[in-house]
Ligand binder design. Structure first.
Ligand SMILES: C[S@@+](CC[C@H](N)C(=O)[O-])C[C@H]1O[C@@H](n2cnc3c(N)ncnc32)[C@H](O)[C@@H]1O
Length: 221
């Protein structure tokens, strides 16, 4: 097997958005500490799922609500996105919001988190519409990368699934090429969102703008 050197864990996307409103400040200061991973462990030990780059959090929230029998760690670094998921969990009109038992937020780079997981710890991994970094000289910034594929394969259990979606033609071609060169996963590719995959905000924007998403399901051999 060829060993691929992993690119450095450096974040290039935006981490801070617009100035936060008082409600968002409250969510970060008061509610996040109640749902932050790893400070808050899951109430029950059950199979573990990980979403990388949850954006506005609609996908992570839908997964956690539809699947009470799993534990989901949702990772995001963009502050406005983190506030958006927190506001789903703690709506302003609910006086005493109760943190969900099976959803935790990791508000840092998902790559070291993935590497820190024990072998075969994950049953599912989600990478929905990652930042495409379409310029060739930025290819090392892409989450889909031979080194990351080996790391995801290590962290997923046999039979576990990695779901990837992208609307960017360069990223789609890159993903096809990278997946064709690996043997850890059996790959299914579709231009229709498969049943059971919640929609995402970024996907809706892409479709509205006339871009065709591609969805890959990778099953760990
Ligand atoms: C294009 S957005 C898509 C968001 C969402 N998945 C959707 O489909 O609407 C990609 C997100 O990934 C986040 N992101 C990028 N690299 C990350 C990393 N290493 N760890 C955690 N989040 C990351 C970015 O902050 C950004 O919000």
């Amino acid at each position: 097997m060829t060993l691929v050197k992993a690119p450095p864990d450096r974040l290039y996307g935006r981490v801070k958005g617009k100035k936060l409103r008082p409600r968002q400040e409250w969510l970060l200061a008061e509610f996040l500490p109640r749902v932050a991973w790893p400070e808050n462990q899951f109430a029950i030990a059950q199979e573990l799922w990980l979403e990388v780059g949850f954006g506005g959090g609609e996908h992570a929230h839908a997964l956690a609500e539809a699947n009470p029998g799993i534990n989901l760690i949702a990772a995001e670094v963009f502050e406005t996105g983190i506030c958006s998921l927190l506001s789903r969990l703690a709506p302003e009109d609910v006086a005493d919001p109760v943190p969900p038992a099976n959803l935790r937020l990791f508000t840092d780079d998902a790559r070291p988190l993935l590497r820190a997981l024990p072998d075969a710890a994950l049953a599912k991994l989600f990478l929905m519409f990652p930042d495409p970094w379409p310029k060739a000289r930025h290819a090392k910034r892409r989450f889909v990368h031979p080194a990351l594929i080996a790391e995801a394969a290590r962290a997923l259990r046999p039979g576990g699934e990695w779901r990837i979606a992208s609307d960017d033609p360069t990223y789609q071609a890159w993903t096809d090429e990278t997946l064709a060169a690996q043997t850890h996963f059996a790959v299914t590719r579709s231009t229709e969102r498969p049943a059971g995959w919640p929609p995402t905000r970024y996907e809706a924007k892409a479709i509205k703008a006339g871009r065709q998403p591609v969805y890959w399901s990778l099953v760990r051999r």
